[in-house]
Design a binder for this molecule. Structure first.
Ligand SMILES: Nc1ncnc2c1ncn2[C@@H]1O[C@H](COP(=O)(O)OP(=O)(O)OP(=O)(O)O)[C@@H](O)[C@H]1O
Length: 341
């Protein structure tokens, strides 16, 4: 349904997206995550035909993303979605349905269904007077007026309260059940974990990890063991330097001590040390890394070289770079999503 191959976008000498290749299956919810400036919006705009790739290609629903016919198959929700403030939700959506030449009777039914499902009250209130959550829902409904197969959502739930956020995420899941293909970007990794079948993590224009959330966790994250003891495991009293590395410092938690270790061998060593001190292990818990842990591990430290972070298989996660934050100009002059696109 979506095939992206060698996609690149360069502004002057600055690469916003570098050699991006991925595909999204029919009926899949696909997440693009990454820190500010990673290239998420640029990627989504190229998929949606709003900006032209410098090189490479994106095919959506069988069309090149630069072909205007592609837009009949795609609904785009920009990160910021200013609405015509003087219109009501209903008249606004009818206006867009007309632009797509959707017959009035079909449009009325479609709009009503979307607004019902999104629990949109105050449909006849001027859009300038409705809440931010409602505005976002109207923008989501707008992405559906042409009944597209593919939805490209830029931060659909950002800045919304928890109830509205849940409703938007639930709605995204329903889109998948209805057979739609959804690509969305998000900063909030819990949103991504709860909705996406597969994700790519972008950093500095490049895809640095990809797969299912579980797969990424398995490949890039490490399970840790939280060992609770009734005396602190005093590394030093008979413990070796290796122990000190593996065991680290215990933290006082109520009347217990928690030591976080990376392996079952280290758990056994904690048990021995505590036992020598007359204590005992009272609880052991494992902790799987969240996508957020993995993300911070991959992206939270400097990548090797400004643009050198080849897709990580986990081996290069510790590599350091003298270069870091400066990503170049933040001059978003080209093809800001406008009403009517
Ligand atoms: N029109 C433009 N001209 C110059 N640079 C641009 C333009 N659009 C984007 N960029 C730069 O490209 C990089 C990627 O921007 P993009 O908006 O795709 O990032 P993002 O991952 O969506 O970030 P955020 O999470 O902050 O929205 C940024 O450094 C940005 O400043």
């Amino acid at each position: 349904m979506i095939e992206v191959a060698g996609l690149e976008k360069t502004y002057g000498g600055f690469s916003a997206v570098v050699d991006s290749t991925f595909s999204v299956e029919d009926g899949e919810v696909f997440g693009i995550v990454g820190p500010n400036g990673a290239g998420k919006t640029t990627t989504l705009k190229m998929l949606s035909g709003l900006i032209e790739p410098t090189s490479g290609e994106a095919r959506v629903a069988g069309y090149d993303s630069t072909e205007s016919a592609m837009r009949h198959h795609l609904g785009f929700l920009p990160e910021e979605s200013p609405l015509y403030e003087e219109m009501t939700a209903t008249s606004y959506l009818q206006f867009f349905a007309d632009l797509y030449e959707v017959p009035r009777s079909v449009a009325d039914e479609r709009i009503e269904r979307a607004l019902d499902r999104l629990d949109l009250d105050h449909r006849d209130r001027r859009l300038g007077d409705v809440s931010k959550g409602m505005k976002r829902k109207v923008a989501i409904a707008r992405s559906l007026v042409n009944d597209p197969d593919v939805l490209v959502y830029d931060e659909p739930a950002s800045g919304l309260d928890p109830v509205t956020t849940n409703s938007v995420l639930e709605f995204t899941r329903e889109l998948r059940e209805a057979g739609k293909t959804v690509v969305f970007s998000a900063h909030n990794l819990y949103h991504v974990e709860s909705v996406c079948d597969r994700v790519v993590i972008m950093n500095e224009g490049r895809i640095v990890a990809r797969g299912t959330v579980d797969g990424i966790r398995e490949r890039h994250g490490e399970t840790t063991y939280h060992v609770y003891t009734d005396v602190p495991p005093e590394v030093g009293s008979g413990a070796t330097a290796v122990d000190a590395n593996a065991i680290g410092d215990a933290e006082e938690v109520g009347d217990r001590y928690r030591t976080v270790v990376p392996s079952m061998d280290a758990v056994e060593r904690v048990r021995e040390i505590v036992s020598d001190a007359g204590g005992t292990v009272v609880d052991i818990r494992t902790r799987e890394p969240s996508l957020e842990d993995v993300f911070l591990d991959i992206v939270g430290r400097p990548m090797p070289g400004r643009r050198g972070g080849a897709e990580s298989d986990g081996a290069d996660r510790d590599a350091a770079s003298p270069e870091g934050g400066d990503r170049g100009p933040d001059d978003r002059t080209e093809a800001a999503p406008s009403e009517g696109t």
